[in-house]
Each structure stands twice: as structure tokens, then as C-alpha cells.
Ligand binder design. Structure first.
Ligand code: NAD
Length: 360
């Protein structure tokens, strides 16, 4: 088992994986640190009742590596990491458990900074913070960046405008038609910004409450979750689940651009990014657009100021999506490959800076 596990760590170049157990609170947590070339590993805390330990370790490794690329491409000085807590957030989350998790982070001496993800929220971080300063996503009243989702939505909207400028020749979304899959925290905020700008918005959701809210408050057009793929639109914004761009859905798409917040939208990065190119559909890479929450949270460590943080969210994402789309054109590579190169260049620059210093 251990030999096999080290092979996995070696192949994907993980630095460290830490298991934490606390008898008193029942905490079972895993923290994976993928890469710290740019700074401390920075990633959310997912609390989920994984069916098996294998499922949990698979998820935390996959997610922590993705954070390395997301933070690097996003232009912040943090590496990639992720934490999972095995358990049902509705039943098993207690103050003792969160504090034990905080002590686990504290024991890593600053190599990992934990934020929120599925199953954890800003209020949980207030409790974690009682044990460690190495946590983020605190409410603004506690010196943190407040709602991670709102910052993410701000970045996605600005990223879509920059991508529209590259693809359609204007950042204006007035008169454009945009379909949104999922009107939860981000999809709703995005729909609101788009409607305010004069776009036509078509939405779907599997949750009737969220759908009704969007319909009542934003006057958007509604289609069924299955019909969302068939809409003739300028932009399709996936803001719900991963792996929704696949062999079955891509041939149905009638959009010119895909730009949304959902993580890992392509089922198979290589194959499905090429399928989109063949259909002249521009893929505005998900993690380039959805890094706003991380950028916003990083401002906690320099003294949080919302105006400055939101300006950096919009600025970095605008610059990076333009870079990715142009690099893809100039080098004749997919946008996914361009985003990967952008992230790897930043990581390599950090490594070069350190070796220059050491070699002096
Ligand atoms: N919240 C953040 O800061 C953040 C950051 C980066 C990426 N993301 C990703 O963005 C996406 C949206 O995040 P969120 O915070 O708005 O989540 P959310 O849970 O608030 O909203 C997701 C919405 O999608 C709906 N949905 C689920 N399955 C669906 C389906 N098959 N068809 C249509 N709708 C469906 C849900 O009912 C819900 O209304 C997620 O993939 C998330 O991982 C979020």
C-alpha cells in the first residue's frame, strides 16, 4: 500500500499528505499539499461523507493539484493544497471537530492555509481561526474577505467581459444571449450582472427554489436542465457541476463561447478541449475565470480592503483570460494548454528566483 501511494505522490509531484485523527471530536481529515513553489499551499476545506477512504484520498489529491494551477495562473503567491474532512456537514460538524481541524492546520507551521469549500462556510472558519491564523475566508468583521462566492462571481463576470472583447470585439454584453446552467450563489449573481448590462439570459436549475428566485427577481427565461445544451446563444456559462462538457453534450452546443465558474467542466481535458476547437467554440478556461474567491481571500493576509481586493480580482482575471486566449491563437494550442503553460511559467519563475538567490 505505502509503495503504491508513494508512486502516486511521485508521479503527480505532491509534496506532502497529512492524515489527522482526533478521538475526542471524531475528526478524520486529510490535507494534501501539492506544490509550495509560489508560497504556502492554499485551498478550501471540503466536508463530505465519502463512501470510502480511497474516494476521499482520490478527491483531495485531485483537488489540491488543481489548486496549484489555479493559484499560479491567478497571479497570487500561493501554492496548491486542499483539505477534506470525512463526515456529514449537517450532522457531524461540531465546534470540537472544527477546532481539532484548526490544530491540525496549525501543526503544519504555515505550509497550508485552509479556506471554505462544499460543507464548510465563513462561520466555520471563525471557529477554526481560534486555533490557527492559517485559515482564510473569514467574515469581513473578523478581518477576512467575506463571501467567497460573491468574489468568485465578480471575477467570472469580469472574465466573461474580457473574453467577449477578445472573441466578439467588444466587452459589452448588452444584446448578447447567455445561457446559465445553475443559478446558485454564482449563477444567480452572474445572471443579475448580465441582466443589468442588457443581456438576454436563459437559465436552468434542478433546485425549484433557486429557479423560482431567478425567475421572480431577474425576469430570466427558463428551460429544463436537459434543454440548456441546445440553446442558440452567444455564451454558455456552466455554473453547476463538473464534467458537463463531454461526448454527449458537445455535439449539441450552439454557442460561440463557454465561460462559467463550474470546476472541471471538461470531462476529458485533452479530448474535449479539442472537440470544442473543431466546432469553433472558444473555451474560456474554468479555473482562470473562477479564481476570484482565492484572490479575494489572499487579501486577508495584507489587511483586508474590499475595494482593493475586488479590483485585483477583476484586474488579474481580465489580464489572464486575455493572455490565455491570445496565447492559444498565437501558438495554435487549445486554451486549456495555454492556461497550463501560463501556470507552469509562473511556478518556474518562482523556482528560478529562489535558485538565483541561493547561487549568489
Ligand atoms: N463558490 C465559489 O466561490 C466557487 C469558486 C470556484 C468554483 N466554484 C464552482 O462554481 C460552481 C457553482 O458554485 P456555487 O457556489 O454557485 O454553488 P451552488 O451550490 O450555490 O449553486 C449550484 C447550483 O447548480 C444547481 N445544479 C446542480 N446540478 C445541476 C444540474 N445538473 N443542472 C442545473 N443546475 C444544477 C444547484 O441546484 C444550485 O442551484 C460549482 O461547480 C463550484 O464548484 C465555486
Amino acid at each position: 500500500m505505502s509503495k503504491v501511494f508513494f508512486e502516486v505522490l511521485q508521479k503527480e509531484e505532491f509534496e506532502q499528505v497529512v492524515y489527522g485523527y482526533d478521538k475526542f471530536s471524531g475528526l478524520k481529515a486529510i490535507i494534501a499539499i501539492h506544490n509550495t513553489a509560489l508560497g504556502p499551499a492554499f485551498g478550501g476545506t471540503r466536508m463530505y461523507p465519502y463512501a470510502s477512504e480511497d474516494d476521499a484520498i482520490y478527491d483531495v489529491l485531485r483537488l489540491s493539484k488543481a489548486m496549484t494551477y489555479k493559484n499560479a495562473a491567478g497571479g497570487i503567491n500561493f501554492g496548491g493544497g486542499k483539505a477534506i474532512i470525512i463526515g456529514d456537514a449537517k450532522k457531524d460538524k461540531t465546534e470540537d471537530l472544527l477546532r481539532a481541524y484548526g490544530r491540525l492546520i496549525e501543526g503544519l507551521g504555515g505550509r497550508f492555509i485552509g479556506g471554505v469549500d462544499i460543507g464548510t462556510d465563513e462561520d466555520d472558519m471563525v471557529i477554526v481561526h481560534q486555533e490557527t491564523n492559517n485559515c482564510t475566508a473569514l467574515p469581513e468583521a473578523y478581518g477576512g474577505g467575506g463571501s467567497t462566492s460573491m468574489a468568485t462571481a465578480h471575477g467570472v463576470y469580469n472574465g466573461i467581459k474580457a473574453a467577449a472583447d477578445e472573441v466578439f470585439g467588444s466587452p459589452s454584453l448588452n444584446g448578447k444571449t447567455v445561457s446559465i446552467q445553475g443559478v446558485g450563489h454564482i449563477g444567480f449573481a452572474l445572471a443579475q450582472s448580465l441582466k443589468n448590462e442588457g443581456a438576454k439570459v436563459i437559465v436552468c436549475d434542478v433546485d425549484p427554489t433557486n429557479l423560482k428566485k431567478a425567475q421572480d427577481e431577474l425576469n430570466v427565461e427558463v428551460v429544463s436542465p436537459e434543454e440548456i445544451y441546445d440553446q442558440e446563444v452567444d455564451i454558455f456559462a456552466p455554473c453547476a457541476m463538473g464534467a458537463i462538457l463531454n461526448d454527449n453534450t458537445i455535439p449539441r452546443l450552439k454557442c460561440k463561447m463557454i465561460a462559467g465558474s463550474a470546476n472541471n467542466q471538461l470531462k476529458d481535458e485533452d479530448k474535449h478541449s479539442k472537440m470544442l476547437v473543431e466546432r469553433n467554440i472558444v473555451f474560456a478556461v474554468d479555473y482562470i475565470l473562477s479564481v476570484g474567491g482565492c484572490i479575494n481571500n489572499s487579501h486577508q493576509f495584507i489587511g483586508y480592503n474590499r475595494e482593493r481586493a475586488y479590483a485585483q480580482v477583476a484586474g488579474n482575471i481580465t489580464t489572464n483570460i486575455r493572455k490565455v486566449l491570445r496565447m492559444s491563437q498565437e501558438k495554435n494550442i487549445t486554451t486549456v494548454e495555454a492556461a497550463r503553460q501560463l501556470a507552469e511559467q509562473r511556478i518556474q519563475s518562482a523556482i528560478n528566483r529562489k535558485s538565483w538567490f541561493l547561487n549568489k
